[in-house]
Design a protein around this ligand. Structure first.
Ligand code: MG
Length: 374
């Protein structure tokens, strides 16, 4: 049985290319250039001051959205390499996967969506990411946005879900009804592995729960914890937890590699075109990894995401976003000039949404404080 899936790799030379054709680079291929453009984008740097789960200021050790992104890239690259996929395309997609995230994590996304629904519209961070790379990033003389290859834009559009023809006119150019290449399919699951294990780590550091409670709720973790305890009986609790946690990451990543390999073999796909046409996504976890993941999610929901301190932060950040949205809606001339000058062409609520979505947590907080003084 073929241990690698080299045949399923998306060959960079088959790329549908860029919206604005550019001459090739002497030693970086198209996906490597896309990765580099993402790293140099402002929206990428702003991830540093965007909350993952725990707000900035809670601790110097917790993840923010930038360090989370680096962890996703590390996991996704490992999986891509083990499966013989294109590591550059995978890395570009991993680095871009959260650039459309608004300030204040999911609370921010939900509140912007709620604000937009009053106007019969939606806020979706994947679509927002597409708008960032297509137009908001203005750094090059020859074209708007980053002029990324089709496959990277498609991967952003299909980060967490596929769509059919006509569902959204913006998405119609990204092969509706077809699956993205495996390089793009593995990102969503690498993201999940990264945040579930990171939130477990940060949640324990924040003393939201004891190691024993994780072991009771997640049997797969209990087995790894027992193994770590047996192997390092004299190590401090924190170090033994860490050993169990790294074993858990390893188990989940291996589960993604094996699960995807088994699914691809069972489906009989021979190349990326078959992957595209297959009726469902082939990137998946093995059954044990999937069961560990669902137990872990359940535990984190109960003990971290809905915990009092995190819930209280949600209330505060939701109120700030709603307040700021209303403040700009009240007097759109408060928007920066680059937004005001689009007012004739773009509905005001969309401009406000775009502006707020691009803010870091810190900038939003400072703007809200100014708004209240004004
Ligand atoms: Mg993410």
């Amino acid at each position: 049985m073929n241990p690698r899936l080299g045949g399923l790799r998306f060959p960079v030379e088959h790329s549908r290319g860029r919206r604005y054709p550019e001459p090739p680079h002497p030693y970086r291929n198209a996906f490597q250039r896309d990765r580099d453009r993402i790293v140099h984008a402002r929206a990428f740097r702003r991830l540093e001051d965007k909350t993952q789960v725990f707000g900035a200021g809670t601790s110097d050790h917790f993840r923010n959205r930038l360090t989370h992104t680096i962890e996703v890239a590390q996991i996704a690259r490992t999986v891509a390499a083990a499966l013989g996929l294109d590591e550059d395309l995978t890395e570009a997609l991993a680095l871009a996967h959260d650039i459309g995230h608004p300030p204040f994590a999911h609370a921010g996304e939900e509140e912007l969506d709620r604000q937009m629904s009053r106007f019969g519209e939606r806020f979706d961070h994947n679509l927002h990411a597409l708008r960032i790379v297509e137009s908001f990033e203005q750094r090059y003389a020859g074209f708007p946005g980053l002029n990324l290859t089709f496959e990277v834009r498609e991967g952003i559009a299909k980060h967490s879900r596929d769509f059919g023809p006509g569902e959204d006119p913006v998405l119609d150019e990204y092969l509706p009804g077809l699956r993205p290449p495996l390089e793009a399919q593995i990102i969503d699951l690498a993201d999940e592995i990264a945040y579930n294990t990171a939130d477990l780590d940060d949640g324990r550091s924040a003393r939201f729960f004891e190691v024993e409670e994780v072991a009771r709720a997640v049997p797969e973790f209990a087995a790894l914890r027992d193994a770590a305890d047996e192997r390092f009986p004299n190590a401090p609790v924190r170090i033994r937890f860490n050993e169990a946690l790294r074993a858990l990451i390893d188990m989940l990543v291996t589960g993604l590699i094996e699960g995807t390999r088994e699914a691809a073999i069972a489906a009989g796909v021979r190349d990326y075109e078959d992957v595209r046409r297959y009726p469902e996504r082939l990137a998946r976890l093995t059954a044990p990894a999937a069961s560990a993941t669902s137990a872990l999610k359940c535990f984190l929901r109960e003990r971290v995401y809905t915990s009092k301190p995190v819930a209280a932060e949600r209330v505060t950040s939701t109120a700030m976003i709603a307040g700021l949205f209303a403040w700009y809606l009240d007097s759109p001339e408060r928007l920066p000039e680059t937004y005001r000058e689009q007012a004739g062409r773009v509905p005001v609520h969309r401009l406000i949404c775009d502006y707020i979505a691009g803010m870091t947590d810190g900038y939003l907080r400072r703007t809200w404080e100014q708004a209240q003084r004004a």
